[in-house]
Design a protein around this ligand. Structure first.
Ligand code: MEV
Length: 431
């Protein structure tokens, strides 16, 4: 159980050495002793396990694992695991979450975990007649689907509905696509839904008189949407240079740009996915499936649009996001990759829907941080500060001098490793 004293607001966390970060998380109830020990294990994924996960394995790839702080979601403190190679992402999400928590935090929710399985039927002469016959036999089809995964049924999941998508004009002639909608509970559900699609295909052939071809889930999981909102009053948005209202209006203009222009919408959504993918990776999700679903959903009205919306209303900036999030807290990768499970434990994810809701909030936070920076100071300043820190450390700056080296490096206007080495050497000489 999560300790009551947990807070995701930890000032100066980034300044602490790693051990103290872990101790702080442990003290707050975000990690227990075995989890700390597990994280300190230098082998995140033993090669023998990797070798069973994929073919032709030759090694294991590392990625930084960080923790997004300050997240208050539905009144609950959340420590958000984020695995990502890009500097600034974790800091930006935490910064955005800090501003949003001042305004009461995020509100987020997710639909029940309904996945869509598609069965493609070809060689059907009368699409309308076949559709009618399939609908009349819905009970039989659903019963057969549910016989494939009796345990899912016992846990309250199972097949819910049949939907038909006649495609009268494809490049290969007419087709009838049958959607079977299945509540996969706390799993991402790919295996379950694919198994069900394969199991019901022969019955669909019999009823329709057609021939089944593809039997596979759809990654456009639009029956499984997650949403998050935040209301940020003007005073929280004010910067040294701009009033809160000016910042809010500039963010609304940034959103409007993305709404009207797919070239911008792609980048806008990339910023959202920086946060969502980082949580997906840290919690062992199929991030390619999430990406595919997100972008297909973004294009649902025929034009590729932003997944979030930012509007000014009644003295505040109102942000919202909605996207499909097919995620799970059981099954798949999570059963073999111990570190993937670790992220879920840090997050204290209660269900797949809980995880999806958190991810939607993180996506909105990430997007807010990016558009706020872009619409005011630009992002290079913040990026450069982080980059300079990375260079200072790479040049051998120790804890006691790193802040001064970073300052000097930025002031020099030459943010390069050679310059960092020069500054570190002169500091060491002076000491
Ligand atoms: C960079 O990884 C993400 C941004 O480009 C997102 C955006 O432009 O909104 C900063």
């Amino acid at each position: 159980m999560q300790s009551n004293s947990i807070s995701s607001r930890i000032e100066g966390f980034y300044r602490l050495p790693r051990k103290d970060r872990l101790v702080t998380l442990a003290r707050m109830g975000g990690l227990d002793e075995t989890e700390v020990a597990e994280l300190l294990n230098p082998t995140p994924l033993p090669f023998e396990v990797a070798d069973h996960m994929i073919e032709n394995a030759i090694g294991v790839l590392g990625l930084p694992l960080g923790v997004g702080l300050n997240f208050l979601i539905n009144g609950r403190e959340r420590l958000v695991p984020m695995a990502i190679e890009e500097p600034s992402v974790v800091a930006a999400a935490s910064f955005a979450a800090r501003l949003v928590r001042e305004a009461g935090g995020f509100f987020a929710e997710a639909d029940p975990s309904i996945m869509i399985g598609q069965i493609q039927l070809v060689s059907i002469e009368d699409l309308e007649g076949a559709s009618q016959r399939i609908l009349k036999n819905t009970g039989r089809i659903i019963a057969l689907a549910n016989s494939v995964h009796p345990n899912m049924l016992k846990r309250g999941g199972g097949a819910r509905k049949i939907e038909l998508r006649p495609l009268p004009e494809t490049p290969c002639g007419p087709m009838l696509v049958v959607h079977i909608l299945v509540d996969v509970g706390d799993a991402m559900g790919a295996n379950a839904i694919n198994g069900i699609a394969e199991a019901v295909a022969p019955l669909l052939e019999e009823i329709s008189g057609g021939e089944a071809r593809l039997k596979i889930l759809s990654n456009l999981a639009d029956q499984r949407l997650a949403r998050a909102t935040a209301r940020i009053p003007f005073p929280v948005l004010a910067t040294e240079q701009f009033t809160g209202e000016q910042v809010a209006r500039r963010i609304e203009e940034a959103w409007a740009f993305a709404y009207a222009d797919p070239y911008r919408a792609a980048t806008h959504n990339k910023g959202i996915m920086n946060g969502i993918d980082a949580v997906a990776l840290a919690t062992g999700q199929d991030w390619r499936g999430i990406e595919a679903g997100a972008h297909a959903y973004a294009a649902r009205d025929g034009q590729y649009r932003p997944l979030s919306e930012w509007r000014v209303h009644n003295g505040a900036l109102i942000g919202s996001i909605e996207l499909p999030l097919a995620v799970g807290i059981v099954g798949g990768n999570l059963e073999c990759n111990p570190r993937a499970n670790f992220g879920l434990r840090l997050l204290r994810a209660r269900s797949a829907r809980d995880l999806a809701a958190v991810m939607a909030a993180v996506g909105l936070a990430q997007n807010f941080a990016a558009v706020r920076a872009l619409a005011t100071d630009g992002i290079q300043r913040g990026h450069m500060a982080l980059h300079a820190r990375g260079l200072a450390l790479a040049a051998g700056a120790t804890e006691d001098i790193v802040d001064q080296v970073v300052e000097e490096l930025i002031a020099s206007g030459e943010i390069k490793l050679s310059k960092a080495r020069e500054i570190v050497a002169s500091r060491k000489d002076a000491a």
